[in-house]
Design a protein. Structure first.
Length: 214
C-alpha cells in the first residue's frame, strides 16, 4: 500500500469522513486512479472494520462512521469511474440488496463499476422484495438482474427472486448475477444463478461476458 492509500484506509477505519474525502482528493491529484483508491485503500479498510467488528473491538456506531467515510469517498470517485463508460448504454441492469438486508456499500460499488462498464443501472436500494425485482426487470427491459446479500440469513432470498422470475415467465430474458461477502460459486450454482462474482469489478466484467460483449 502506498503512503497515501494507507492514510485513506486509516481515516476510514477511524471513521473520519472529512479526512477520507480530503485524502482521496489528494490521492487523485498524486495520480492514483479512482479504481486504485477503491481497491488499494477503501475496500481493504472496510474489510479491517469487519474484522474488528467480528473481534468485538468495534460495535455498530464505529462501523456506521466507517461506512459514512467510505460513502463520502465513493461520492467523490464514482463520477470519475463512470467517465470510463460509453455514452450509449450497452445494456440495462436492475440491481438491489435482497429482502431483509440493509447493507449497501458493496452493492453501490457494483452499480458504480457497472456504470463504468457502460451499463444503465436501475438501483432498487436495500431490502428489496423479490417481486419488486421482477417488476423492475420487466418495466426496464433489463438484461441483467444483480442481487447482493451480506447476511447468511438473507442469501436464501436470492433463490426467491429466481423463483419469482421463473413464475412470471421472464427468467429466460435475464441473466441473474449474485454476490456479497457470504456468497460462493457453489451457492450461486445451487440456486440457479447465471453468475457469481466475489467483487464489484468482476461483476461488471461478468455482466459483459454473459451478454457476449467481450
Ligand atoms: Co453488518 N454485518 N450487520 N452492518 N456489516 C456484516 C455483513 C458481518 C459479516 C459483520 C460481522 O459480524 N463480522 C455480519 C454478518 C454475519 C453473517 O450473516 N454471517 C453483519 C451483521 C451481523 C449485521 C447486523 C445483523 C448487526 C446487528 O444489528 N446486530 C446488522 C444487519 C442489518 C440488516 O441488514 N438487516 C448489520 C448492520 C450493519 C450496518 C448498518 C452497521 C453497516 C451497513 C452500512 C451500509 O451498508 N450502508 C454494516 C457493515 C458496514 C458491515 C461490515 C462491517 C462491512 C460490509 C461492507 O460494507 N463491506 C460487514 C463485515 C464484512 O463484510 N467484513 C458486516 C465493504 C464492501 C465493499 O464489501 O459488501 O462485501 P461487500 O461487497 C463486496 C463483495 O462482496 C462484492 O463486491 C464488493 C466489493 O468489490 N459484492 C458483489 C457485493 N455485492 C455484490 C453483488 C454482485 C457481485 C459482487 O453481483 C450483483
Amino acid at each position: 500500500m502506498t503512503a497515501i492509500a494507507e492514510s485513506i484506509a486509516s481515516a476510514v477505519i477511524r471513521g473520519d469522513a472529512s479526512a477520507t474525502v480530503q485524502l482521496s482528493q489528494r490521492a487523485l491529484e498524486q495520480g492514483l486512479s479512482p479504481h486504485d483508491i477503491f481497491q488499494g485503500a477503501l475496500i481493504p479498510a472496510m474489510t479491517t472494520v469487519g474484522e474488528k467488528m467480528q473481534a468485538g473491538e468495534y460495535y455498530i456506531p464505529e462501523v456506521l462512521l466507517a461506512a459514512k467515510a467510505m460513502k463520502g469517498a465513493s461520492e467523490l470517485l464514482k463520477p470519475l469511474l463512470a467517465q470510463g463508460g460509453t455514452h450509449q448504454p450497452v445494456g440495462r441492469v436492475v440491481l438491489g440488496t435482497v429482502k431483509g438486508d440493509l447493507h449497501d456499500i458493496g452493492k453501490n460499488l457494483v452499480a458504480t463499476m457497472m456504470e463504468g462498464a457502460g451499463f444503465e443501472v436501475f438501483d432498487l436500494g436495500t431490502s428489496v422484495p423479490a417481486q419488486r425485482f421482477v417488476l423492475a426487470a420487466q418495466e426496464q427491459g433489463a438484461q441483467i438482474v444483480g442481487l447482493s446479500a451480506l447476511l447468511t440469513t438473507t442469501m436464501v432470498n436470492m433463490k426467491e427472486v429466481i423463483r419469482c422470475l421463473d413464475e412470471a415467465g421472464c427468467r429466460a430474458e435475464v441473466k441473474v448475477i449474485v454476490g456479497g461477502a457470504p456468497m460462493t460459486q457453489r451457492f450461486a450454482d445451487e440456486i440457479g444463478a447465471d453468475g457469481y462474482s466475489s467483487n464489484a469489478a468482476g461483476a461488471a466484467e461478468l455482466a459483459r461476458k454473459l451478454l457476449d460483449l467481450g
